[in-house]
Design a protein around this ligand. Structure first.
Ligand SMILES: *Cc1c(COP(=O)(O)O)cnc(C)c1O
Length: 454
């Protein structure tokens, strides 16, 4: 150490650190990722022990510790046979640029601090708004996920409804179907609002007719929002957005559309027709970390009238006056939360690098693989389709199987690092479910997994 300045030593350390981190990141992006599998805490404790020491172990050893002992116990959500929940399969461009965002110390809550990043994020939001068909004045913000996106939209909806409610009226209800995402009920709990279930139609959709009946029964003035889903998480059901929009307009109730998973299908001409009516929404979310090839964690939240969101969400404090008093577009004013990472940038960068045509092609490709999976289920006598697919989720039953059979099948595939496909349930019945959003998932992967259901 002696003879070298503090700065020189820092540069030597940085070079080694950069080699270790960059080499790992590049290799991870290049490789066909292993599925990997979880281990117990006891096993990690014996393998890894305490990692934080008074002196530190240095970048190279710390990187080795992560690569050798920790990373292999984390499932690769971008593995082509990871079909559980909703996978996350980011593009190379998005992943690499996530490193840049991390290295850049950008505060993306305000225009003053992050103007170029906010400008770029807003272009990505505009691209989505155009897919939805929202007017030019619409805008919003990237939040950490659909849960915060939905909560933020509902907080805005309630704020707007109460601002124009008759004296004494305090609208407190939200209408949606049982197929709406769990985050809607959770948002209602957080807000002390009441979730009112609307019966779905024969195709499991929310419809204007059923919505009207529920509003009339409970008093329309007690509702501040209706939530429609374009692509329910469990089955990919798209609600009848046009008739729901019409009833919302008639009663003057906020129309929120949750497209966290399925909103990406707006970019695919083969299914775009299913979304008719979505252009009337007051707010909309889609998670680029689901079917738009961005890394965790990223939700795009859009409002038809952003000023209503600003009124609901702007935090006021003396130390923030310089921001709140400026006429600028400050992303933090449009959702729950103050400090924010420029989490929309990896998604924006990937769109810029690849072009929107590549997005259309990649989404259409996953839809083709989902069509293949559905056809295979219909073709195989042991399997039975539960509901005809709208998007890229396929749910089916294996005739003769009990819940324990599904669990054993799923556990075995993970233990062998062959595939990660957890069962789901509907109306108390255990079922098999594929969620296909990874362009690397092939028809052969589907066949190989179905072949194990003997
Ligand atoms: C995943 C999902 C959410 C929640 O999004 P997170 O990013 O997991 O918080 C909300 N709604 C729908 C329809 C979803 O699929």
């Amino acid at each position: 150490m002696r003879g070298k300045t503090y700065q020189e030593n820092k540069h030597v350390e940085l070079a080694a650190l950069a080699d270790a981190v960059m080499a790992y990141a590049e290799e991870r992006v290049r490789m066909a990722p292993p599925l990997d599998r979880p281990v117990s805490e006891a096993e990690l404790r014996s393998r890894v022990g305490e990692t934080i020491t008074p002196g530190g172990i240095g970048g190279v050893d710390a990187m080795r510790l992560f690569a050798q002992d920790l990373a292999p116990t984390c499932l690769s959500t971008d593995h082509p046979r990871y079909l559980s929940f909703i996978p996350c399969a980011p593009s190379d461009a998005a992943v690499m640029f996530d490193l840049v965002v991390g290295a850049s110390s950008i505060y993306a809550g305000s225009w003053l601090e992050g103007s170029g990043a906010v400008y770029a994020e807003n272009q990505a939001l505009r691209w989505i708004a155009d897919l939805v068909g929202m007017p030019s004045r619409s805008g919003g913000v990237f939040t950490p996920g659909g849960t915060i996106g939905n909560l933020s939209a509902l907080v805005t909806a309630r704020h707007a409804a109460r601002a124009c409610a008759k004296p004494g009226d305090r609208p407190y209800r939200v209408a949606a179907t049982a197929g709406a995402h769990s985050s809607i009920a959770s948002a209602c709990d957080v807000m002390d609002a009441q979730f009112v279930g609307v019966p779905a139609d024969d195709a499991w959709r929310l419809t204007g007719g059923n919505l009207r009946a529920v509003l009339e029964e409970n008093g329309p003035e007690t509702f501040f929002a209706v939530v429609a889903t374009c692509g329910t998480t469990n089955f990919g059901v798209i609600d009848d957005l046009a008739s729901v929009a019409e009833v919302c307009r008639e009663y003057g109730i906020w129309f929120h559309v949750d497209g966290a998973y399925g909103g990406a299908g707006l970019a695919a001409p083969s299914v775009r027709g299913l979304y008719a009516g979505i252009e009337h929404c007051d707010s909309f979310i889609v998670d680029p970390h689901k079917w738009l090839f961005a890394p965790f964690d990223c939700c795009a939240l859009l409002y038809r009238e952003p000023s209503l969101a600003r009124a609901a969400h702007t935090q006021k404090a003396g130390y923030l006056d310089v921001l709140t008093d400026a006429p600028d577009w400050n992303p933090t004013d449009y959702s729950v939360g103050l400090t924010r990472r420029a989490r929309g940038l990896p998604f924006w960068f990937s769109l810029v690098v690849n072009g929107s045509d590549a997005y259309e092609a990649a989404i259409e490709h996953t839809l083709d693989v989902a069509r293949f999976a559905e056809a295979e289920v219909l073709r195989r006598p042991d399997l039975e389709l539960v509901r005809k697919r709208d998007l890229s989720v396929v749910v089916f039953r294996r005739l003769g199987w009990e819940p324990a059979d599904y669990a054993a099948w799923s556990d075995r595939m993970l233990a062998e690092e062959f595939a990660f496909v957890v069962p789901t349930s509907h109306d108390g019945e255990t079922l098999a479910r594929f969620a296909i959003v990874n362009p690397e998932t092939s028809e052969d992967d589907i066949t190989a997994i179905l072949d194990t259901m003997v």
